[in-house]
Design a protein around this ligand. Structure first.
Ligand code: KIV
Length: 264
């Protein structure tokens, strides 16, 4: 049965951890859904792990909708969240509502995620007024890669930590239904999680968040780019795939495949 956003919210009250994983197409989303993961994020990390680009900045709304549609089609139980790509919400409140609404209207997502602190509070208010549920995302925000000078842990100084705590409260007050915390000290993530009534989802933010998220290609060992310290590889599917493909190549070359049982 489809998990509702209300089920998601109640997990914080009952102190049950929330699980979230990215997926970008039907077969992977089917696997995530069948594994019983609460939330599938159609992340703009798509640009890096699927399109092979260096950062997320070039992901477009049309690409995100195309992928979110496949994921929604596959998700019988998990909540689907569409990630708002760079420049789909920063320019105006109208853009934010129209583009956020596309994830619900065209792609069948239940909610959206966007990056930024107090500067996107207006967007979150406008979207929430238009019945678009928004997960906010602070700390390391990959769309701010150039301002941050790279993918660096955020909130390390007292001043930066104070600002992130203030942002978290502002985003909650603006209507965000949840907050993603990326690459911040575990102690700060714990304090934000304690302070907020909405669930926090961590990635590189320690064990005290209400839930955790990872990029599926990292978790399954399918991405060969740089893996940050917070990634745990639970499988080595790339290696397994190479073994299978080499065996296929050898069997075709030696005339072993196809056998009688594969022939008509
Ligand atoms: O785009 C994405 O996959 C994300 C995760 C890193 C949480 O935002």
């Amino acid at each position: 049965m489809k998990i509702t956003v209300q089920d998601f919210l109640s997990k914080k009250q009952t102190r049950q951890k929330i699980t979230m994983i990215t997926a970008y197409d039907y077969p992977f989303a089917r696997i995530v859904d069948e594994a019983g993961i609460d939330v599938i994020l159609v992340g703009d990390s798509l640009a890096m792990v699927v399109q092979g680009l260096d950062n997320t900045l070039s992901a477009t709304m049309d690409e995100m909708i195309y992928h979110a549609k496949m994921v929604s089609r596959a998700s019988k139980n998990s909540i689907v969240i569409g990630d708002m790509p760079y420049l789909s919400y920063q320019v105006s409140l109208e853009d934010a509502v129209r583009n956020g609404g596309r994830f619900l209207k065209e792609a069948g997502a239940q909610a959206v995620k966007l990056e930024g602190g107090r500067e996107v509070a207006g967007q979150i208010k406008a979207m929430t007024r238009s019945e678009i549920l928004v997960m906010a995302h602070i700390g390391l925000t990959p769309q701010a890669l150039h301002r941050m000078g790279g993918y660096k842990v955020q909130g390390r100084t007292e001043e930066a930590a104070k600002r992130l705590m203030e942002d978290a409260k502002i985003l909650q007050d603006s209507g965000a239904f949840s907050l993603l915390l990326e690459a911040i000290p575990a102690e700060l993530a714990a304090a934000i999680t304690e302070e907020l009534t909405i669930p926090t989802i961590g990635i590189g933010a320690g064990p005290h968040c209400d839930g955790q998220v990872l990029v599926i290609h990292d978790l399954l060992g399918l991405f060969e780019g740089f893996a940050p310290r917070f990634v745990k590889k639970y499988a080595n599917l790339k290696d397994d795939a190479i073994i299978a493909l080499r065996q296929y190549k050898e069997e075709v070359e030696k005339g072993i495949f196809p056998g009688k049982e594969h022939s008509f």
